[in-house]
Design a protein around this ligand. Sequence first.
Ligand SMILES: Cc1ncc(COP(=O)(O)O)c(C=O)c1O
Length: 418
Amino acid sequence: MKLSHLSETLIGSEIVKLGGEIRDRIRKGEHIYNFTVGDFNPQIFPIPKELEDEIVEAYRQRFTNYPPGEGSLELREAVSRFAKDYQGLEYNTDEILIASGGRPLIYALFRAICDKGDKVIYAVPSWNNNHYVHFVEGKHVVVEAKAENNFMPTADDLRPHISNAVFIALCSPQNPTGTTFRKEELERICAMVVEENKRRTDTEKKLYVMFDQMYWQLTYDGIQHYDPVTLNPEMRPYTIYIDAISKAFASTGVRVGWSLGPAAILNKMKAILSHVGAWAPMAEQKALTRFLANKPAIDAYLVHFRSELEERLRRIYEGFVQLKEQGYSVEAVAPEAAIYLTIKIDLVGKKTANGDELKTQSDVTSYLLQEASLAVVPFYAFGAAKTSPWYRLSVGTCKKEEIDEMLQKLGTALMQLR
Ligand SMILES: Cc1ncc(COP(=O)(O)O)c(C=O)c1O
C-alpha cells in the first residue's frame, strides 16, 4: 500500500508506545510502578470539582454547537484576565487563540511559521519537537542540553545555530526534565533573539520563539517561573506562548488550551486550525470561562495539587539520594517543577544474579521493569542518545503508599547486580 511520504515516515510517540506496552502487562496481572505517562490518574488527581460541575452544567444548558474558530470571546476575556492576574502578562482578546489543548496550537504554530527546509532549533531531551519539525519538513537543529545545566538549553548552546534559523522551541518548566529556566539564562536567550531579529531585514523571516509553559503553575520550593515577554518586552513580536489547563489542573482529557502572541500569527494559526477542527468543545469553553473567574477555587486547588505532587517528587528524590549514598550508580536532579523527576540509572556493564550482562541502556530499562517493576521513560525517547543513562519519572499516577516499597524493590534490584 502506497501512502503519503509524511504518513510513512512519521514516527509515533515513543512514550505512548512504551505506556501501551506497560498497560498491557498490567492488564495481564503484573504489578508495575508505572511512572511513564505524562498524565494523571484521575482517582488520585481529579480535575477541580468546580470545573467538573461547570462542565456538566454547560452540557445540560446545551452548549453543544460549534464554537467560534478563535474561541468564545468570553473565554478569551477570562484567559486575558487570568494571564494578567497570575502572570502579569497583558494580552488582548485578539492576541489569544483557544484550541483543544496544547498540541493543536503547537502544530498550527509550526505550520504558520516554518516552511520546508527552515531551520528549527530545539534542545534534547525535549517533548515531541522532533515530530513537529518532521511535519513541516523543517531542518532539525538539535542542541544537546547538559546535565550540569539541569538539561535546560543555554544561550551559549543556541547561539552557534541562530543565524538563518526561524524558530526556537523552548519549554519551561520542561518536559521531560521537570527543570526550569533561571532568570539570567532566559534573559540571555531573549537578548540574543532580539539582537538577531534587529540584524534581519524586513524581507527576511524573523526568528520566533515558541514558549511552552504548560506546567508553569506547578513549581516548588522557591522556584520561580520566568517568561520571555515579562523579562524582555522587546520579545513580544517574536514570542508565542503555549498554555492549557491540561497539566496545571490535571485536565489532560478535558481539552482546552490557549496561545498568547501577536494577532497576525494567531490569525494564521486560527485559519490552519479551522480546517483541522481542533476547537475546544463549546461546553468546556463555557465551563472554563466560569471556572477562571473563581479565584478562590483555583487557588485552593493549586495549593493542594502542588503540595501533593511535590511530596511525591521529593520523597522519590530523597530515596535516590539515599541509594546513591549507599554506593549505587543512581542519581536524581532535585525537583523544581511539573510532574517529573530526572533520574540517572547507570548500570551498563553490570551483571545480573544470573550472570547476564546489561550490555545496553535498553537492557537496563528492561532490568528495572523485570526486577524492580519500575517503568520509567529513557531520555532517548525525548531525542537524547540511545546510550543516555537518564530517565523521566512521572508522578502523575503515583500512589504515595507505594513510594517506599518501590524504592525498596529498586534497592534490592540494584543490590543483586555485580
Ligand atoms: C511540554 C508539553 N507541551 C504540550 C503538551 C500537550 O498538551 P495537551 O495535552 O494540552 O495537548 C504536553 C503534554 O504532554 C507537554 O508536556
